[in-house]
Design a protein around this ligand. Structure first.
Ligand code: TPP
Length: 378
């Protein structure tokens, strides 16, 4: 199915606003919305999926029109609170249409963080009282029309409706191509980071390709990745994991390697860190102004800096770097200091198509990491 066709059908049931957080299963859909460029649909990339429910509520109050909210199924966790306690018909009854990329569908192999979430996706919608339909590459335009008619009926009754999208449903159309203007390649920046910090610290890295690149490069440079904890799911929570570690073991230097989309998703963590100022925590933000791992769709804060926010929150030290040399110098400075610091690294949208994935189960990675922590080291 073409995503552009899907959007035209959605328009017929009165939707003019699309909001959400990008997902790789929905990449052609996200590309189509970006290509539209606001002509037929207002488009918002929200900080997290719950924020999209808030936005959809506001749009409905003002326009009486439901919004389409797109998300990866892992984002269901982020929207359950506003869905249950704002949108549900026993509260305000706000209509909205969810389009959910189905990672970890039972019977299809996927990464560890998607397996459980994939299995409970339909059950979660059932318990949240959201009727749904599943579509795939074989779904015809007529079938889509029928299920959108069911969605319209549900929404006219002040309810929500969900369309679960299997992998491969949307055929590839023109990618949304753009440049953020930065030259440093993320993988190269991560190599520099590992060389400067790996032997003296423990790394907590964020969801997506940042963790996959770190995993590979730790192996290439040091023959192991024992000091790396990859936050493979729970996007946006890496900095609080790092903070928990830093507080619990002040003898260790903890380096959090975050993405800009992930920081945005749960930005309150910046305020919490700045308030507590753990002096053994270095917070690296790899900023490409996009959700690169799932198709390089710009974030809702693209073009802005995270160091400015960190400083305003109260981080004692925050440096923005754009080149390898600046990164090396900033890392040397930060590693010498005993103070909470942020280094924001502006990088391009490049990544390798043949990037690998962790080979062990997530629980094995946890044990390796905990063993390395227990064996000591700084
Ligand atoms: C709650 C949730 N929503 C969406 C996703 C899908 N997802 C995985 S990685 C990623 C992008 C991360 O962007 P960023 O932190 O900027 O790192 P980048 O990929 O750009 O390096 C997204 C949206 C997810 N894993 N979890």
């Amino acid at each position: 199915m073409r995503a552009s066709t899907f959007l035209q059908e959605v328009k017929k049931i009165g939707i003019r606003t699309v909001a959400g957080v990008p997902d790789s299963t929905l990449k052609p859909f996200c590309d189509a919305v970006c290509h539209d460029g606001g002509k037929e649909f207002q488009h918002y990339v929200t900080a997290n999926e719950g924020a999209a429910v808030g936005l959809a509520t506001g749009v409905y109050l003002a326009q009486r029109r439901p919004c389409l909210i797109y998300l990866q199924n892992s984002g269901l966790g982020n929207l359950i609170n506003p869905l249950a306690s704002i949108a549900n018909q026993e509260v305000y009854g706000i209509p909205m249409l969810f389009v959910i990329g189905w990672r970890g569908e039972p019977g299809t192999p996927d990464e560890p963080q998607h397996v459980f979430q994939g299995r409970i996706t339909c059950a979660l919608l059932e318990v949240m009282d959201v009727p749904y339909a599943v579509i795939d590459a074989a779904t015809t335009k007529e079938q889509l029309g029928e299920l959108l008619a069911a969605a319209k009926t549900a929404m006219e009754g002040s309810r929500q409706y969900a369309i679960i999208v299997r992998k491969g449903t949307f055929e590839k159309e023109a990618d949304f191509v753009w440049s953020n203007g930065y030259e440093l390649v993320r993988e190269q920046a991560l190599k520099i980071l590992i060389k400067k910090v790996y032997q003296e610290s423990f790394l907590v890295s964020t969801t997506g390709k940042i963790s996959r690149e770190l995993y590979e490069q730790c192996d290439v440079l040091y023959g192991n990745h024992d000091r790396l904890f990859m936050t493979v799911g729970g996007m946006g929570h890496a900095s609080m994991i790092a903070y928990g570690m830093a507080q619990a073991d002040a003898s260790k230097r903890i380096v959090c390697v975050d993405g800009d989309g992930a920081v945005l998703m749960h930005m309150g963590a910046l305020a919490a860190l700045a308030r507590q100022q753990p002096e053994n925590l270095l917070h690296i933000v790899i900023n490409n102004a996009a959700h690169e791992s799932v198709g390089a769709i710009p974030t809702g804060y693209s073009g802005q800096t995270y160091t400015s926010i960190a400083k305003a929150c109260g981080y004692p030290s925050a440096a923005l770097v754009k080149t390898e040399q600046e990164l090396e110098t900033a890392l040397e400075d930060a590693m010498q200091k005993r103070a909470l610091s942020m280094i924001e690294v502006m990088v391009s949208l490049d990544s390798r198509a043949d990037l690998g994935r962790p080979k062990e189960r997530a629980a094995e990675n946890k044990l390796q990491f905990m063993r390395a922590c227990a064996e000591g080291g700084k």
